[in-house]
Design a protein around this ligand. Structure first.
Ligand SMILES: Cc1cc2nc3c(=O)[nH]c(=O)nc-3n(C[C@H](O)[C@H](O)[C@H](O)COP(=O)(O)OP(=O)(O)OC[C@H]3O[C@@H](n4cnc5c(N)ncnc54)[C@H](O)[C@@H]3O)c2cc1C
Length: 460
């Protein structure tokens, strides 16, 4: 075999697998990491806000791919909780999952995150305020690294790993095949690399590829969820009581009309709204910097409605993609609308956006989200905005901006045992690509978990 372990994908899952394998091994373990994208310092999104204002659909998206994975330019909100961010605890147990998330948090601190703040919902009066208004605040501790410190941590991790692991950047793996005693990775140029163990950690951007691998190896999968919604942007003052105390609050609301759950997601105090390209479809996201000099006057967060489909419909991601495509068709990318225009049933125009009291942090096309988002979902979002207005007055102001669409695609869930191993011994699927995780913390923890299991089996 060329290596002991092949890792596909250098996102948090792949990085923390490689870290644990090389840090804890009693004798050297030969590890190769294949990554479709570039090294961290060569990841450059062409959008500069000046010459290039919106997504130009690069062949490999620098925001989603490369060392650090989809999390590299994220806000670096590291949530330590079993309440959201994935279902790792269903595989390995709640206590073990929390322990692993804390373990990774300590490594992040050691590699540059020291001094960053850890927020907590424990004993917060906001919980009571939410309950009094039909809202539910989920329990979590959140470490806010910020986009800048998150980058430093990744840079330091790369320096620590580069001499212990063979990294192959701009090297997509085309196929994974079973061979006698292990696995072979077939690279895009036809080269073949072999190892006794293989860890697949291809994230959300690798979802289609993962589906193909599961099909060809007959690995059972389950799926049927997609989250669709908008990104809300408003003056930071409006959400200050929540963000000052909690930084990020995950709040869930059940709509009166359809009893659909709507939740806040990815809150970025003083942050910026950004566009993101997943498999050629432009959707919206957000992040914020730890450095106060890079703060904006706005806070942004997503409002998402979960759609769970039942048989015979199977393509929940296809449904989400179609809605995102529709918004791309009408807006040429991301669309923006004032809340006041939405409820008056009229489109936002460049003039209405320009005269708004909230200055958009993303250059998006003014339009009408009601032409894009299905009524049931849009009604849920509007209901939630009025509910949030009760705990953060000003949320339902006319000038609150809504960007669309934000879609959270869920990878189909790969059937895995408690070691995150498929039915084939030595073939592991971790991180967001497994469908088990949807966050930096759960994805990183899943990487550590499989590395420890592999080390145990390599020693025997
Ligand atoms: C803009 C943005 C902001 C976010 N903010 C947060 C946040 O604040 N907090 C949080 O918890 N989560 C956040 N997330 C989500 C978080 O980034 C992911 O949950 C996390 O990165 C998942 O890690 P992963 O290793 O499973 O996958 P990824 O990070 O997606 O990494 C997978 C890697 O595999 C590579 N790959 C794919 N296919 C192949 C192939 N065939 N061959 C070789 N390589 C391949 C990809 O290029 C990618 O680099 C954010 C995501 C985005 C996009």
């Amino acid at each position: 075999m060329d290596y002991d372990v092949l890792i596909v994908g250098a996102g948090p899952g792949g990085i923390f697998s490689a870290w644990e394998l090389t840090e804890k091994a009693e004798s050297p373990v030969r590890v190769a990491v294949f990554e479709l994208g570039s090294p961290l310092d060569r990841r450059k999104c062409p959008i500069d806000g000046d010459r290039v204002k919106s997504c130009v659909r690069c062949k490999t998206c620098s925001i989603m791919s490369g060392f650090g994975g989809a999390g590299a330019f994220s806000d670096g909100k590291y949530n330590i909780t079993n309440d959201f961010g994935g279902t790792l605890h269903e595989h390995i147990g709640k206590a073990a999952a929390m322990k692993l998330m804390r373990y990774v948090d300590a490594i992040n601190l050691r590699f540059g995150g020291e001094g960053t703040k850890l927020y907590s919902t424990a004993n917060s009066a906001i919980k009571q305020l939410c309950l009094q208004n039909g809202l539910h605040l989920l329990n979590a501790q959140v470490r806010h690294l910020g986009t800048d410190i998150n980058y430093v941590v990744l840079e330091n991790l790369y320096q620590a790993l580069k001499d212990r692991v063979d990294f192959f950047f701009n090297t997509p793996v085309r196929d994974i095949r079973r061979i006698e005693g292990g696995y072979e990775a077939v690279l895009e140029d036809g080269r073949i690399v072999t190892a006794s163990r293989c860890v697949i950690s291809v994230g959300r951007s690798g979802s289609k590829w993962m589906e193909g691998i599961c099909r060809s190896l007959n690995i059972p999968t389950h799926s049927n969820r997609v989250d669709i919604g908008v990104r809300v942007e408003l003056p930071a003052e409006v959400f200050r009581p929540l963000t000052d105390e909690l930084y990020e609050s995950k709040i869930v609301y059940r709509t009166e009309k359809f009893e659909d759950p709507v939740r806040t997601f990815c809150m970025n105090p003083h942050g910026v709204v950004v566009s993101e390209n997943t498999n050629g479809i432009v959707t919206v996201n957000g992040h914020s910097y730890e450095d106060p000099s890079r703060h904006t006057e706005n806070t942004n967060f997503a409002l998402l409605v979960s759609k769970q489909f039942s048989e015979p419909f199977k393509d929940s991601n296809g449904y989400g993609e179609s809605i995102a495509r529709l918004s791309n068709m009408l807006g040429g990318g991301v669309m923006v609308q004032r809340f006041g225009d939405l409820i008056r049933g009229r489109r936002s125009t460049p003039g209405r956006i320009a005269s708004s009291f909230v200055t958009p942090t993303l250059s998006a096309t003014p339009g009408d989200l009601s032409l894009v988002i299905p009524k049931r979902i849009l009604d849920g979002i509007i209901e939630m905005i009025y509910a949030l207005d009760k705990i953060a007055p000003g949320t339902a102001n006319d000038d609150t901006l809504l960007y669309g669409v934000e879609v959270k695609f869920y990878n189909m869930e790969v059937e895995l045992n408690e070691n995150l191993e498929t039915q084939y011994p030595g073939l592991y699927v971790i991180g967001d690509g497994s469908g088990v995780t949807h966050s930096l913390s759960h994805a990183s923890a899943s990487g550590v978990h499989v590395a420890r299991h592999i080390l145990g089996t390599l020693c025997n």
